[in-house]
Design a protein around this ligand. Structure first.
Ligand SMILES: Nc1ncnc2c1ncn2[C@@H]1O[C@H](COP(=O)(O)OP(=O)(O)OP(=O)(O)O)[C@@H](O)[C@H]1O
Ligand SMILES: Nc1nc2c(ncn2[C@@H]2O[C@H](COP(=O)(O)O)[C@@H](O)[C@H]2O)c(=O)[nH]1
Length: 195
């Protein structure tokens, strides 16, 4: 296993990050996914402590002020952050760890944990991204448009990442991700776009 055990997965809303990570964890239960804190309301079926820790703004402020978040960002009107302690604990134990976070969060991790591998998940086409986000059916149209505007910004930042994987096939992306996470040489890629 590479010493670079922290992998960050980012990409525009609706590209399939959660779907990819769920499949990755199904096939490789040894991979640990950080559970973020958010001020967003739970979607139907989302469970506190499993999908997110759902908190109010006051509690989020407290976590920020106490330095308990490794990174945090505002995304489409809500705040999201990664609890610091569990990530450091898993990394210290050598557990392959994934953060599924937005562009601003990825930029912060790049600065604070420069050994992390930053992977950008891209849609096959912009039209497909819109179709996936609308097809998910979890947000009203005004929120979808807000997320698509943020998505334009995220797509323009692709070159900041170590590697891009295009999410045409969830299985293929998982296969590539696990290969990258278990590469004994560590990953030496610079900018690279893979289908
Ligand atoms: N390779 C794929 N082909 C077709 N549909 C896909 C693919 N990957 C994911 N999807 C679908 O796209 C939709 C969005 O996926 P998902 O919720 O995983 O995106 P996300 O990037 O985690 O979004 P967000 O950032 O908003 O949380 C879901 O309905 C999912 O089933
Ligand atoms: N910077 C962070 N971004 C995060 C974190 N957890 C999730 N996210 C990102 O937020 C958006 C929206 O997520 P959604 O669940 O409301 O669809 C998406 O890009 C996530 O990757 C976090 O801890 N920090």
């Amino acid at each position: 296993m590479s010493k670079r055990r922290l992998t960050v997965l980012s990409g525009p809303s609706g590209v399939g990050k959660s779907t990819v990570v769920a499949e990755l964890r199904r096939a490789h239960p040894e991979v640990w996914l950080s559970v973020s804190v958010t001020t967003r309301r739970p979607r139907p079926g989302e469970v506190n402590g499993v999908h997110y820790f759902f908190v109010d703004g006051e509690e989020f402020d407290r976590l920020v002020e106490a330095g308990e978040l490794l990174e945090w960002a505002e995304f489409a009107g809500n705040r999201y952050g990664t609890p610091r302690e569990p990530v450091l604990d898993k990394l210290a134990k050598g557990v392959p760890t994934v953060l599924e976070i937005d562009l601003e969060g990825a930029r912060q991790v790049r600065t604070t944990m420069p050994d992390a591998l930053l992977v950008f998940l891209a849609p096959p086409t912009w039209e497909e991204l819109e179709k996936r986000l609308r097809g998910r059916g979890t947000e009203p149209e005004d929120v979808i448009e807000r997320r698509l505007r943020a998505g334009r910004v995220e797509m323009a930042a692709e070159s900041e990442f170590d590697l891009t994987l295009v999410n045409t096939s969830v299985q293929e992306v998982c296969h590539r991700l696990i290969a990258l996470m278990t590469d004994p040489q560590g990953v030496t890629t610079t900018i690279n776009r893979e289908v």
